[in-house]
Design a binder for this molecule. Structure first.
Ligand code: SF4
Length: 213
């Protein structure tokens, strides 16, 4: 796996139990570039799992999936696509359509995707689960990590790694890698409600960006 630009992450203790093999739940290519670079640098062997029933419509889902898959191929990283079951996502978030980004709907969205990914990791014999969902400062990292820890606690043999990919310049490198790789840069998080929120100019309105750098 190619590691790209070399940067130290000495402050991070690394995956639980010193594991090298892990499952990385990936939401899109721009959010995956920096975690994959850092993992390559640290000698980790991620399997990238694309389970994102929150992305609508299907054409948008496929566009993001194709970019992640293409980048994994380039890096020599295993890519696995999960089921695309948006009906399950809509059921889970019913009644939360008007929630703002970083509200209750996002909590349920993270919980659904991470629980599914944790189960998949368990079936694959991968003892560590990480995700790209919190690298953007538009996301609430506490929400993401709470969902990841809860998800892993429900699957024997799987631990969640609450790695903050924004640290040590990660948030900036995320954009540099996305530009260098010509990733598709979407203008909204993924669901139809986030698209409407973006269109109305209300995304993140009245809410501070996530403080954890
Ligand atoms: S805004 Fe993003 S994280 Fe929140 S519910 Fe929609 S797709 Fe999920």
């Amino acid at each position: 796996m190619s590691s790209g630009r070399q940067t130290s992450h000495a402050a991070d203790p690394g995956p639980p139990s010193g594991a090298k093999d892990l499952l990385l739940l990936a939401c899109c290519a721009p959010c995956s570039g920096e975690p994959l670079r850092a993992m390559g640098h640290d000698g980790l062997r991620p399997v990238v799992y694309f389970y994102n029933p929150n992305i609508h419509p299907r054409a948008e889902y496929e566009r993001r999936r194709d970019d992640v898959e293409r980048y994994c191929r380039k890096l020599g990283v295993k890519f696995v696509e999960g089921p695309y079951d948006p009906e399950r996502w809509f059921e889970r978030t019913a009644g939360m359509e008007d929630e703002p980004e970083r509200g209750r709907r996002c909590e349920e969205c993270f919980a659904l995707r991470l629980a599914h990914a944790a189960e998949f990791a368990g079936r694959q014999g991968l003892g560590v689960l990480a995700c790209t969902l919190g690298i953007s400062r538009w996301k609430d990292l506490e929400q993401v990590d709470a969902a990841g820890l809860a998800a892993a606690s429900g699957v024997e043999g799987v631990q969640y790694w609450p790695r903050n990919w924004r640290k040590a310049g990660g948030a900036q490198r995320m954009y540099e890698i996305a530009r260098a790789e010509f990733f598709y840069m979407q203008d909204h998080c993924g669901c139809v409600f986030s698209k409407a929120e973006h269109r109305d100019g209300a995304a993140g309105e009245g809410r501070p960006l996530s403080a954890r750098e």
